[in-house]
Ligand binder design. Structure first.
Ligand code: NDP
Ligand SMILES: CC(C)=CCC[C@@H](C)[C@H]1CC=C2C3=C(CC[C@@]21C)[C@@]1(C)CC[C@H](O)C(C)(C)[C@@H]1CC3
Length: 416
């Protein structure tokens, strides 16, 4: 048993057994490697699996480390603003550079320059499998470093659940809340930079490869690229908003988040574009317009709900939210009960799920793979919502019960 620092918190994610099983099961699904293209089949024998030798490539390792180095360098560039995080246990607040969107633009410029100098971006799709492997390996090694770093951290620096005393659970869920070296905040960096920007770069490479193979990218590929670029651009544009999310304010930084941020996001969130490269889908303009409308509705709800809560949490008397109805809580903070947050208790999740549907539809309905994100994301958000409800009930007690009475649905009005 590892030594514990301070009192132990109740375990989440199925406790020790749950985190051990999940740690053992985590692997990135194989990315398409070869140039095979054709209709997708849901039934029938699986294509032959790549051998172990297909996982390891020193070139992929070099590329991956250069990518992490580039994103770290962009993080350290002067920022347009430095924001303060939520108040910590010891009453202090951490400071965070707001330059994520700048990193996205500079990365795009560098990639554009590279391509005009002959960088073969279309070769990236063939390296996805070894890249996913080295990303998983780095996430694992990095999590070991985080675990060891947390052993010497003061109790006040640990996450609420980061002190179980069980090494596997603590390694998986993370011990320290905001591990940093000087101004470099590892969790904040990983959550928004290498994975998210890497995701849209992989999408772009898949689009280029498709253009190489068939003369021009398909409409379906354009839509998937456009929607997901909007999502990533939006996250980086509203970078400061991440400082009030559960990941930053509550969860420790361990293998689950490190792996999720740098390996899971880029290589599985790009599955729709990967699928389209190998299984081109015909898509007419009328259907494309309907899909764009679905994405626009999802984005409108997602952005509206997230911005409304952020504005309210930053300044409840801001004219944009001052007229909304609220419930007072014993902590002095208030809860919104009208506007987006009066419709369901997690309107932002609803918008996110509607967008997830719009990202899958361009891939047609011949295979389940493009719907993997939608299914996984539904499970993730249902679980996340339950965790958040538990925390809010603990934090706000009777006021939260009153909120649940007035806004009875969690994510989907009249359904859930
Ligand atoms: N694409 C992906 O893979 C993922 C995307 N997401 C997205 O990230 C975004 C952030 O999600 P997440 O961090 O889970 O949580 P939220 O942004 O929904 O934040 C939940 C917190 O909001 C506050 N809150 C809840 N209800 C109210 C209310 N009525 N009035 C005011 N404040 C309220 C509470 O905190 P407090 O009162 O302390 O402020 C609560 O803990 C979402 O849009 C989600 O869809 C999340 C996970 C994965
Ligand atoms: C399967 C596995 C290991 C899951 C780990 C979960 C993580 C992949 C997600 C937890 C919360 C996330 C958020 C985003 C990406 C996925 C992870 C890291 C996010 C950065 C996506 C863009 C959004 O606009 C966001 C900034 C609101 C969001 C924050 C949460």
């Amino acid at each position: 048993m590892a030594p514990t620092q301070g009192p132990r918190a109740p375990l989440e994610f199925g406790g020790r057994r749950g985190s051990a099983t999940a740690a053992a099961r985590h692997h990135v699904p194989p990315a398409p490697g070869g140039p095979v293209r054709g209709p997708a089949r849901l039934l029938g024998p699986p294509a032959s699996l790549p051998g172990l030798e297909a996982l390891w490539s020193p070139r992929a390792l070099l590329l991956w480390l250069s990518w992490l180095g580039l994103q770290a360098a962009l993080y350290l560039l002067p920022a347009r603003k430095v924001a303060e995080g939520q108040e910590l246990k010891d009453k202090s607040r951490l400071r965070y550079p707001i330059n994520g969107f700048q990193a996205l633009v500079l990365t795009a410029l560098l990639v554009g320059l590279g391509m005009s100098a002959g960088l073969p971006l279309g070769a990236l799709p063939e390296m996805l499998l070894p890249l996913a492997f080295v990303a998983t390996l780095t996430a694992f090694i990095f999590s070991l470093f985080l675990y060891m770093k947390a052993q010497v951290a003061p109790v006040s620096a640990l996450a609420p659940g980061g002190n179980s005393g069980n090494p596997i659970y603590d390694f998986f869920l993370g011990r320290e809340l905001n591990p940093r070296i000087c101004f470099f905040d590892f969790k904040y960096f990983c959550e928004l930079r290498p994975g998210l920007i890497g995701w849209v770069l992989i999408n772009l490479a898949l689009l280029m490869k498709e253009a190489e193979l068939q003369g021009s990218p398909s409409l379906a590929m354009w839509l998937v690229n456009g929607f997901q670029l909007l999502y990533v651009g939006d996250a980086l544009w509203h970078e400061e908003a991440i400082l009030t999310t559960m990941d930053i304010t509550h969860d420790g930084f361990g293998f689950m988040l490190a792996f999720g941020d740098i390996a899971w996001v880029p290589f599985t969130y790009s599955l729709q574009a990967q699928f389209l490269l190998h299984h081109p889908q015909p898509l007419g303009l009328p259907m494309a317009s309907v899909i764009c409308l679905i994405n626009a509705i999802g984005y409108y709800i997602f952005r509206g709900a997230n911005s409304q809560k952020n504005t309210f949490r930053k300044n409840p008397s801001d004219p944009r939210v001052a007229g909304l109805e609220t419930i007072s809580t014993a902590t002095g903070r208030k809860l919104l009960v009208s506007g987006w947050w009066g419709m369901v208790r997690h309107p932002n999740y609803l918008g996110d799920l509607i967008m997830a549907l719009a990202w899958s539809l361009p891939c047609g309905v011949s295979h389940l793979l493009p719907y993997f994100y939608l299914l996984y994301f539904t499970a993730l958000l249902v679980h996340r919502e339950a965790r958040d409800e538990r925390q809010c009930l603990q934090k706000y007690g009777l006021a939260w019960q009153e909120y649940c009475r007035r806004v009875p649905y969690r994510i989907m009005p009249y359904i859930y």
